[in-house]
Design a protein around this ligand. Structure first.
Ligand code: NOJ
Ligand code: CA
Length: 712
């Protein structure tokens, strides 16, 4: 503490004697590879730049906010000019913490921090801080507004943070839509981004709020010199998500916050702080996906007893609806306005029947799965979609052919947990009114995990999935579920920002274009999952729902010619390359029963890890990773590729020296090909040790999964 104060005094003194405009405060990473400068320009405007290994990665870039009065909407003096530095307070931290679940069992948080206390000039000056934390793999910075007489509550009209890049980097991007992140990731240079071109913006909810030059984060960039740069945010709470607007004349990217129904960005009451803006950088692609900086910038868990939080592998009454074998609704959508469960006969295609759910429970129990998700169990699916109705579902009224009590007892007798589904159809107001009732109903009937969903326009009307109101809603759901000891999986929320550290019951989110698109759209490209670790997964785990074995879709629908753009072996590898404590085996029991030898990998693979090795990666091209299952000596390797075949060379030097292991290799067959022969695989076994180097052959659109188990 003494040292901290002394350093603070010295740094303030240095600042004062060295003058004002152009004098820079420097913050470096513990290894000195990253150097951040902060200064006020001649107009008193806050600026920063960043260098990595002596090369600039952010040119001088603007900071600051424009604010307004909450009652009158009148502009308040800007927090982006006429500022003075009051003091600068440096500190350092080098600690470790244990995540409840994750890719490793211990995370190091080693950073240098600088709090820069700023004040407006003149009378009634507002004070605020800009805080930088610099890690060995990146930078986080945020704005803090202390409690003060001159600023009690205010509107954020605009945040003027910018990221002035050094050139026309290659970008892995999705359009800056306020309501959906379910786009195929695009790969173009920044100068070619066109978020309004349907070629780049095919999503289920493409809204009209586009700026053709705006993209969402996490934005992955690669410079011509081969530097990998990731821009995102951490700890998004009580604030809207940040999109980035690209100025193509100079590659300055500026924050573009998602507005509320009135066009304002955020309402804050002091004390307040914004989310961290994050810049992860390395000359190695694998360092980006191995980074824990976003988690480190989030607050520790607020849940003290975490014993009820269990990483979960599950199956579900789900894919069968997406491929059209059965329906969510009981009585057929044409009966929308006249649905009466007593008067109507079921269509005969309803998926969530007691008998069908029992079939999945039996399958889960036989093969060692923890849970069974059931969608389409509650009244309302006749007219849930595209209606913009406030009250569609009540979350406690089952269809007449779904026996809640009987299934509760049946699942318990088979040691399987049922997973609840709450589709809100975007009506968050309705959900908020019913949450307590819904969670009490869940607990009374043996459920301790819920999958939520926000398909469609948001109610309150005019709010967006990614605006401040909904950001707060998702957090309220995480808090409320935690208070009931319920684990959470949110579909269609804002993209995650590491809040799973603070709320470890929030096992996963969708927040990206998942497997479901392969059932009913033009499908995901072979490169799809080679990009996600660099984009969507930077903020936390995804419920991607891998494990599809029936890859030719005409099996389900004679009119379909498509195959899903993957091989079967790649579906197995995804259980390793997608790190999530919640993983589904998404295909139907009958698809697995036909291929039990390949299914063995899904049964064996872990969902929680002691360690992870990020062996090789290039966004859009390939990824090879190895993970050690928690509390065991078993390793699992996953290698995936894009539309090009390749050889993944895997050095097993991470195995314990001198120990023998049996490796079971689930590979693409020699003639496998994602377009022509996707389901061809071969399984081989060999004894390996830490000196073994495996050479894994991946087909076009293919992959390889390996389980490595110590020889007894
Ligand atoms: C979209 C979700 O992502 C999907 O998993 C779910 O089945 C449907 N909505 C219906 O709620
Ligand atoms: Ca979805």
């Amino acid at each position: 503490m003494m040292l901290k104060r002394l350093l603070a005094a010295i740094s303030t003194f240095v600042f004062m004697v060295t003058g004002f405009a152009q004098n820079k405060t420097t913050v470096t990473s513990p290894d000195n590879n990253i150097v951040v400068h902060f200064w006020l320009d001649a107009n008193g405007a806050p600026m920063y730049d960043v260098a990595y290994k002596n090369k600039p990665i952010m040119l001088p870039s603007a900071l600051g906010l424009d604010i307004k009065e909450t009652m009158t909407d009148k502009p308040l003096p800007s927090l982006g000019k006429n500022l003075t530095v009051v003091s600068t307070i440096p500190s350092s931290s080098n600690t470790t913490w244990k995540p409840v679940w994750g890719d490793v069992n211990v995370i190091r948080d080693n950073h240098n921090e600088m709090i820069i206390k700023l004040s407006q000039k003149g009378q009634d000056a507002i004070i605020f801080n800009i805080v930088f934390r610099v890690f060995n793999d990146g930078v986080g910075f945020r704005y803090e507004f202390p409690e003060q007489q001159n600023l009690k509550h205010f509107i954020v009209a605009e945040e003027n943070t910018s990221f002035h890049l050094t050139g026309d980097h290659k970008a892995f991007w999705i359009p800056g839509d306020y309501d959906s992140n379910e786009f195929s990731p695009n790969v173009t240079n920044l100068s070619e981004v066109n978020a309004m071109d349907p070629k780049y913006a095919a999503a289920i909810f493409a809204h009209q709020f586009f700026d053709s030059n705006a993209v969402q984060t996490p934005l992955m960039l690669k410079s011509a010199e081969g530097l990998y740069i990731n821009l995102h945010e951490a700890a998004l709470v009580n604030y809207p998500a940040m999109d980035l607007h690209i100025d193509k004349s100079n590659f300055n990217l500026s924050a573009r916050l998602v507005p509320d129904a009135l066009g304002n960005k955020a309402y804050l009451e002091t004390p307040a702080k914004t989310p961290w803006r994050t810049i992860i950088v390395s000359d190695k692609a694998t360092d980006i996906i191995a980074s824990h900086t976003i988690l480190n910038l989030n607050d520790p868990s607020v849940i003290k007893d975490v014993s009820w939080i269990k990483p979960t592998k599950y199956v579900g009454v789900w894919w069968e609806m997406h491929v059209g074998k059965s329906t969510w609704d009981y009585a057929g959508s044409q009966n929308a306005s006249s649905f009466d469960p007593k008067g109507l006969k079921p269509t005969g295609k309803h998926g969530a029947t007691t008998a069908n759910v029992k079939r999945y429970i039996d399958f889960a129990s036989k093969h060692g799965f923890d849970g069974v998700l059931v969608e389409g169990w509650n009244v309302g699916w006749e007219d849930w979609f595209g209606q913009y109705k406030e009250n569609v579902f009540d979350f406690v009224t089952p269809y007449p052919d779904f026996d809640v009590k009987e299934l509760h007892h049946y699942a318990a007798s088979k040691h399987v947990k049922l997973i609840m589904h709450h589709e809100t159809s975007g009506s968050a107001t309705n959900y908020e009114r019913q949450m307590d009732t819904a969670y009490r109903f869940m607990k009374a009937n043996g459920y301790d995990a819920v999958k939520t969903g926000y398909v469609g326009h948001i109610i309150p009307r005019g709010e967006h999935h990614d605006g401040q109101w909904m950001v707060n809603h998702y957090v309220r759901v995480a808090q409320k579920t935690a208070s009931y000891k319920i684990m959470l999986d949110a579909h269609e929320p804002v993209r995650p920002t590491g809040l799973c550290r603070t709320y470890p019951n929030w096992l996963a989110c969708e927040a990206a274009r998942g497997m479901e698109f392969n059932a009913w759209s033009e499908g995901n490209k072979p490169r799809h999952e080679t990009i996600f670790p660099f984009t969507r997964f930077m903020g936390g785990p995804m419920d991607y729902t891998p494990g599809i074995f029936q890859l030719e879709l005409n099996y389900w629908d004679k009119n379909k010619k498509e195959t899903i753009h993957t091989t079967l072996a790649k579906q197995l590898a995804l259980y390793v390359t997608i790190c999530s404590p919640l993983q589904m085996a998404a295909d139907l029991p009958e698809s697995y029963e036909k291929r039990l030898d390949a299914f063995q990998f899904i049964k064996d693979v872990a969902v929680d890890w002691d360690d992870s090795k990020y062996l090789e990666a290039e966004p859009g091209e390939y990824i090879t990773e190895a993970r050690k299952a928690k509390g065991t000596h078993k390793w699992f390797v996953g290698a995936i590729t894009n539309e090009n075949a390749r050889t993944a060379t895997v050095n097993l030097d991470f195995l314990d020296a001198g120990k023998k292991y049996t490796a079971t290799i689930y590979a693409d067959a020699a003639d496998a090909d994602y377009e022509k022969n996707p389901e061809a695989y071969k399984i081989t076994k060999q004894t390996v040790d830490s000196k073994t180097v495996l050479s894994l052959q991946l087909a076009r659109g293919g992959g390889c999964a390996v389980s490595i188990v110590p020889v007894k």
